[in-house]
Every structure is written in C-alpha cells, then in structure tokens.
Ligand binder design. Structure first.
Ligand code: HC1
Ligand code: SF4
Length: 581
C-alpha cells in the first residue's frame, strides 16, 4: 500500500494505482474524457491523450495527467488549484476549436461528456482558433452512425473494438487537426469486419458514434391507421430502462414498461421472452439430436453446438472463423423467431395481411437493427421484424410522449405471444441461454423432473467459464464466453481440437451479455451496474411461476395448433436459418 495526500486528505491505495484511482477512493471527482477503465476485463484505455485530468503534484514542475501517473509514497496532490483549473479550461477550448457547435441537433446532446465539461468549466467562448474545422463524411451503417467531425481522438472506441472485442475495425488515422478514429482507408463501417456490437457507441464520450435512431419510424407506423403495429421487448430491457428515468440499476420495471408501450399506441404488446422459450424448444431439440448421434458413435456430428441468438457474435464467427460455420445452432434468434411467428401464425389467426403488420422490437442491442435488416429474414422483401429500437430509444419515445415511466400502473403483456417462463428472461445475462437450454434438455433427456432449476455453476461474470452438468450417466460439458475477445479464446480452443471436450457453448458479444448491450442506458464500463442488472434478471426468473421453456402453455399450444413439433418442416422454414461466410 502507498499513502498519499490529495486536497489535504490522506488515502492509502495499492502500489501501482494511479492518482485518479486514489482520488476516486476519496470521492474526489477529477474530470476525464479519454480514460476508460473496464475493471472486469482488466482493460484500460491508456492513451492519456486528452489531458483534462491534470493535477498539480508537489515538487513537480509540470502538471501530471492523473489517469497515467502512478502514486508514490508521500505524494502531495492538488486537484483544484487555479493552474489546474485554467489548464483544464484550455484543454476544453482546444477540443472545442475543432468540434462542431451543433449541440441542439446532436444525438448525444444532454448526455455528452464534452458538453457537460464545457458547461461545468463555464466555457463561453473559444479563444483558440485553429485551422478550419475538419470535415468528414457521415457514415451510416444499419446499426451505427459515425460523425467523425465530432471525434475528439480519445480512442476509447479503438480500445473497445480492438482490445476488448478483438474485432479490429477501428484505428487512428491522419495527424493533427485531421486525426480521427476510422476504419482503414476510411471505408464505411458496413464494409468492414465490424460486427455491429455497438460497444464503441457504448463508450464514446461525445456524439461521434451513436445508434442509427429509428424512433421516428416507430411514430410514423403508430400514426398510420392502415397498420397493425405489434411490439416485442427483449429480456434485458426490463431491468435497465428504469435507469433512464432515475431508478437504481437493477430496478425491475416490466409492468410499467408494458403500460408505457400500450399508451404509445401499439396494437399489441408482446414479449421477446415468449420467443426465447420457443428458441429453447428448437435449439434444445437440436442439441439433444446432435448429442444422441454423438452417443451413438457418429464421429462427424458438429459439436460443440454454439448458441446463435446474438447477431454480433454470429457476424463475428462468419467473418473471423469461417471454418467453424457448421457448428452454430441453426435456430434463429428470439427476435427473429418472434417476427416470423407474428407475421405467419398471428397474422393468419387475426386475418391481417402480412404487409399491414408492423413488428417493432425493443432491444438492448444495436446489432439487432442489423440482424432485422438481413436478407434471410425477409419474405418477398418484407422483413419479419420491421423496426428495431434500443432501450435508450424507447426511453426517448416514452419521454417524448410526456409519460413518466415511474408513475405508470403496472400491466400485463398481451397473449398469446406474451406468455413466458423464467428460462426466457435469463437469456438477458451471460450464461442464461445455456442454463435455459440445460433445464429443458435435462428433463427431456433423462425423463426426470429437476429438483432444482438453478444451475449456479453456469452463472457469474468471469469472461470465460466452463462447467459440467450431470444428465444421468452423461456429463454435459458447457463453455460460456461474453465479450468477443473472450469468445475468440474459446473458439481458438475449439479449433485446437476441443481439449476440454465441450459439447455446448454460449457466446454473447457484449460484456455481461445483453444486459451490457450497446443499446442499453450508458454504463461507461462500470461493471457494478452490469452486476445489478444481472441480479435483477435472476430475480425475475426466481419469481416466475413457470421456469422451464417446455412448460410454457402458449408454446405448447403453438406447436399443437400450428408448428407440429420442434424441428418439423414448418418449424424449419420459420424458425431456422443458415449462415454465410
Ligand atoms: Fe438478447 Fe435475445 S437474449 S439476444 O441478449 O436471445 O438483444 O435481452 O432479446 O433475440 O430473448 C438481445 C436480450 C434478446 C434475442 C432473447
Ligand atoms: Fe467494433 Fe463493435 Fe464498434 Fe463495430 S460496433 S466498430 S465491432 S466496437
């Protein structure tokens, strides 16, 4: 431990800590822009490029960036001298001299770190006038908008994309005023290996990277008297959207969210969780089918089976591990299963022509926008899911309609596509999809009822986890990874001959799984927030009367009335897909 003094207060921190760490421990707020500390991944954006966090260290001539200066025994630090404050103001003016001033129409207005600091430091004019403002073309991908005029070169997105996700779509190019983070050769993101995971958006402190906002498309559909507009909400939205209205992370606001959606004018408010149960029926059957072939001695059976509900992950395997493309489950994601069932079963039942039905999804994810737009999920050009909006976008819509989520009464989802089990809601957390599949696979394989449905060994926050579940005489070996960098580790292990004999693997592209998705309320890499959302997910599961997908009565009815059985011909047509490299 090292003892130092900051603003007259003593604090002890472990050797190797920075001044910024020590100040945090004292509750002293040093402003940062480029700094990003993703504790659980041990990943830190170390550029120390913005210099907004400078402090005065006794005995040193120059101001020190607190994020990159290690503590030394006896160090005396001041964070609020006139010299420090003026230096910070100058840093801001320099940044603003090459930054657009269109805050009124910026997607990040009101939640921009640079705007907040300019306000805090009372910057009323920009004295530094550099070269004319640099200008770049805006880049629209299905999920993400890049407005590089707003890039402040903090390089958080680069660390996220290259080091945490190991995708490598972004890097710093050009020099001086023209320096910017961009795909190589300034290609549009959609023409690169970008997976649309949205983690770069999640950490961008300014308006350089934002979601492709579809809220007005939703409003237009709702206002069209010719359209029948249904909405589905993903598992992870209900434990996070409350944060946008001032609730603590991990607050469960399912009932209020349903009321808000109904008040917005949706004709039916359904649940992606219903389709998550359906996914388990299909994916679980596929898993058991492959295991049975394996147990019968078939050496060519593609194992381990990989979950396929995360579109960024699917994109990642398509572009980075094409030789493994036969092993993911062919089951569509719940978002897409929902759309396919709504526009067939429900549309037929209600006698609504396909083109008059609009399916909107509310997702914690930006890659879901890209998934919804993929050609394999269209019938004659008409998509199964018409519009996908994020948790943040739904919060905007609710506020725009003068509704306060927290004051709304709770209400229930509509049926039949609104009924779900606890197995479905845990899809929202890392480990949840495979736990849900295990609950069902166990009971079908052994013919026994589980005494305890909680598979604690599959839960947790470690980036890569491996556990075994006993199914009578058969030991099912399960692997789990969240974050694409961790996924890469597990896939390299599979390519290397699968030494741990894994039979099934769940992969989610985002830290924590969907609860940490690129469309969730901004959490700035703070894993405490993610852990609270995770706890809430398991809480919802615990309180559900039914906790296994195969016990969902609406799912049973759907098979009886329409699909026949899991993996039937119609199930294949509606609920399964193929991958392309
Ligand atoms: Fe997810 Fe899924 S769990 S992918 O994390 O399989 O987005 O929440 O909706 O589709 O159900 C996301 C969450 C979500 C799908 C489900
Ligand atoms: Fe990289 Fe994900 Fe951003 Fe694409 S969306 S640039 S993969 S961090």
């Amino acid at each position: 431990e090292v003892k130092i003094t900051i603003d007259g207060k003593e604090v002890q921190v472990p050797k190797g800590s920075t001044i910024l760490d020590a100040a945090k421990k004292l509750g002293i707020d040093i402003p940062t822009l480029c700094h990003l500390d993703l504790h659980d991944t041990k990943m830190v954006n170390k550029t120390a490029s913005c210099r907004i966090c400078v402090v005065e260290v006794e005995g040193r001539r120059n101001l020190a960036p607190s994020c990159a200066t290690p503590v030394v025994e006896g160090m005396v630090v001041r964070t609020n001298t006139i010299r420090v404050l003026e230096a910070r103001k100058t840093v801001l003016e320099l940044l603003l001299s090459d930054h657009p001033k269109d805050c009124l129409t910026c997607a990040k207005s009101g939640r921009c770190d640079l705007q907040d600091l300019a306000e805090k430091f009372g910057v009323r004019e920009v004295r530094v006038t550099g070269k004319a403002q640099s200008t770049y073309k805006q880049d629209y991908s299905p999920a993400i908008i890049r407005d590089m005029d707003k890039c402040i070169m903090c390089r958080r997105c680069e660390t996220m994309c290259n080091e945490v996700q190991t995708v490598g779509a972004l890097s710093g190019i050009n020099r001086g005023f023209d320096a910017v983070v961009s795909p190589a050769f300034e290609s549009p993101l959609s023409e690169t290996v970008c997976t649309h995971c949205g983690q770069c958006v999640a950490v961008c402190p300014v308006g350089a990277l934002t979601e492709n906002d579809h809220t007005w498309k939703v409003v237009e559909a709702l206002a069209d008297p010719d359209k029948f507009v249904v909405v589905q909400t993903a598992p992870a939205v209900r434990v996070a959207i409350g944060e946008e209205f001032g609730k603590e992370p991990g607050s469960i606001v399912t009932g209020q969210m349903v009321t808000a959606l109904r008040s917005l004018g949706f004709d039916r408010v359904f649940d992606t969780d219903f389709a998550a149960d359906l996914t388990i029926m299909e994916e679980g059957t596929e898993l058991l089918g492959r295991l049975n072939r394996f147990l019968a001695g078939d050496k060519d059976v593609p194992l381990p089976i990989l979950t396929s509900c995360c579109p960024a992950w699917v994109n990642f395997i398509e572009s980075q591990f094409p030789e493994l493309i036969d092993i993911p489950s062919s089951a569509k994601s719940p978002q897409q299963m929902f759309g396919a069932v709504a526009k067939s079963f429900l549309a037929e039942k209600m006698n609504i022509p396909r083109e008059k039905m609009v399916v909107v999804s509310v997702m914690p994810c930006l890659a879901k926008k890209y998934e919804a737009a993929r050609d394999e999920f269209k019938v004659d050009g008409n998509p199964d899911v018409d519009i996908s909006i994020s948790t943040r976008e739904l919060a905007h819509l609710i506020k725009r309609a003068n509704l306060n989520l927290l004051e709304l009464e709770e209400s229930e989802f509509d049926n039949p596509l609104g009924e779900s089990t606890g197995a479905a809601v845990i899809f929202g957390s890392t480990g949840g999809v495979i736990e849900a599949a295990t609950r069902t696979a166990y009971e079908i394989h052994t013919g026994k009822t589980l005494d305890k449905v909680d598979f604690e060994e599959l839960r947790g926050f470690d980036g890569v986890r491996v556990a075994s579940v006993q199914m009578d005489e058969f030991t099912l070996n399960i692997g789990i990874a969240h974050g694409l960098g961790n996924a890469r580790k597990l896939l390299e292990e599979i390519e290397g001959g699968n030494p741990r004999n894994l039979h099934a693997i769940e992969i989610m592209a985002c830290p924590g799984g969907c609860i940490g998705g690129g469309g969730q309320p901004y959490h700035h890499g703070n894993s405490d927030i993610l852990k609270k959302r995770m706890a809430a997910i398991y809480e919802v599961d615990k309180n559900m009367p039914l906790r296994k997908s195969h016990e969902n009565p609406s799912i049973t009815a759907l098979y009886e009335q329409y699909l026949g059985e899991p993996m039937s011909e119609l199930s294949h047509k509606l609920l399964h897909t193929h991958y392309s490299v």
